[in-house]
Design a protein around this ligand. Structure first.
Ligand SMILES: [Fe+2]
Length: 458
């Protein structure tokens, strides 16, 4: 009977396929593009391999691409018709259940099943890594931290994947607000595996959240060869680099990073990359910066995708691009499509994660972005204010969602809601006293409030 590196049985998987599986898992943990070829090699060697099919299913959903997910769902259904669950081990059955839930759009259920799996099999790195990404997509900061934290003590610190788990844990610590511990765990992870791009990313977030922009730039510059190309996270880490630069006030350098690394003519139309591009340009839009022809190019890329309702977090970034390009009709078309989808699907499928994400967060945020673009700042405030403390429920990181939080700040300033703007900025400055954006917004508020006060001499 074949087992993986941790003596976990792999049904219908021969030794050659198991070797490919271990390689694929390693690539996945390092965010290397080679994971695709190795995952294919598992099934080429053992076409009925349970873990091979589970891995393929997860690869189909991890990119949040509707078409990939549909293709993976078809392949997984064919596999399940061929191999009954009764043939599998309890661990494999849990994976099959989790994969089926995610393919069916039930992200929260998939996350729960993988959490159960990790209790019984804490050294299943695939369950931890996929569960970790689910916690990210569902915006569950506590589980981002504790899913990995709950398994770590079962791992030998000398295991080659232990450092990668530390990198995941670092990101969970950061999202849960433990910034110093996140930095330490992330640096430990990167010390163990210099090309652990997720661990690098966790350290980067820990600097972002504390306003340590110069440290962040230095950290990324010092190890550019380890993260800046050849992995699935390089565009996203460049986006983080650009966020640091943005705080230095060098818009020209931000645009240079955008043009060379975030979005350009050779860029793919992958949602995970386009959303970084939109989130960066949107910050420049809020600042009133001239971004040339970049918005129309980005809006074209989103339009080419022709997305249906799949992940509300992506929808919001598509709408940023449409509004940024001045194509309000395209933004409204997307909003109308999602409203129709909710009417047709929402009540019958409350278990679909994207239903609540779209209804409660995605659509109101999209409408607020349109309102902002049309200069209806009071409407943007009214849409964003009620949901600003539960924005995380449609996924992403604090740093990503800050584009929306900043939209609320700017809308409050422009709508003359000075008390609200003061409260929002006080929250921000109290947490991150060194953030130049917040300091600038604070100064603008002071000017606006002074102008609004009646002159006592008149
Ligand atoms: Fe990030």
């Amino acid at each position: 009977m074949t087992t993986d590196r941790h003596a976990q049985t792999m049904t219908y998987t021969d030794a050659d396929a198991a070797r490919h599986y271990e390689k694929a898992l390693d690539h996945l943990l390092f965010f290397r593009e080679e994971v695709v070829a190795e995952a294919g090699a598992v099934l080429a060697a053992s076409p009925r391999s349970a873990m091979g099919h589970v891995l393929q299913a997860y690869l189909g959903v991890l990119g949040t691409e509707e078409k990939d997910a549909a293709e993976a769902a078809g392949a997984f259904a064919a596999y399940r018709a061929d191999v009954p669950d009764a043939d599998l081990t309890p661990r494999e059955r849990l994976h099959v259940t989790a994969a089926a839930h995610w393919l069916d759009g039930e992200l929260h259920r998939a996350a729960d099943v993988l959490a159960d799996l990790a209790v019984a099999y804490p050294r299943d790195a695939l369950a931890l890594a996929v569960g970790h990404q689910l916690d990210f997509f569902t915006g569950d900061a506590v589980l981002l931290r504790d899913r990995v934290g709950g398994a770590l003590s079962a791992w030998d610190p000398d295991d080659p994947h232990y450092g990668l788990l530390r990198g995941m844990y670092a990101f969970g610590l950061e999202e849960a607000g433990h910034y110093a511990e996140a930095e330490q765990a992330g640096l430990d992870a990167v010390g163990r595996n210099p090309r652990d791009v997720w661990g690098i990313h966790a350290v980067v977030h820990s600097y972002e959240m504390r306003g340590r922009y110069e440290d962040g730039i230095r950290f990324l510059d010092d190890r550019a060869d380890d993260w800046a190309s050849g992995n699935y996270l390089n565009v996203h880490n460049w986006w983080h680099y650009a966020l640091y630069v943005l705080e230095t006030g060098r818009t020209d350098r931000v645009l240079a990073v955008y043009d060379t690394a975030v979005h350009h003519q050779e860029s793919s139309d992958a949602a995970m990359e386009l959303l970084d591009a939109a989130a960066l340009l949107w910050r420049l839009y809020l600042a009133g910066a001239d971004t040339g022809e970049r918005w129309p190019a980005l809006a074209d890329a989103w339009a080419r995708r022709g997305d249906g309702a799949h992940y509300a977090f992506n929808d919001v970034h598509a709408v940023m691009a449409h509004v940024g390009a001045g194509r309000v009709a395209d933004a409204e078309r997307l909003i109308g499509d999602r409203e129709a989808w909710l009417r047709a699907t929402g009540t019958g499928r409350p278990d679909l994660s994207n239903v609540a994400m779209t209804a409660e967060i995605g659509l109101p945020v999209c409408r607020a972005l349109v309102a902002y673009g049309q200069g209806r700042y009071a409407d943007a405030v009214d849409l964003l204010l009620p949901l600003r403390r539960r924005l995380h429920t449609f996924g992403g990181s604090h740093a990503q969602r800050d584009a929306v939080q900043k939209t609320l700040v700017e809308a409050a300033l422009r709508a003359g809601r000075h008390d609200l703007a003061r409260t929002l900025l006080s929250e921000r400055v109290s947490l991150r006293p060194r953030c130049p954006y917040d300091q600038d917004a604070w100064a603008r508020l002071a000017r606006l409030a002074k102008e609004a006060r009646p002159d006592p001499r008149t």
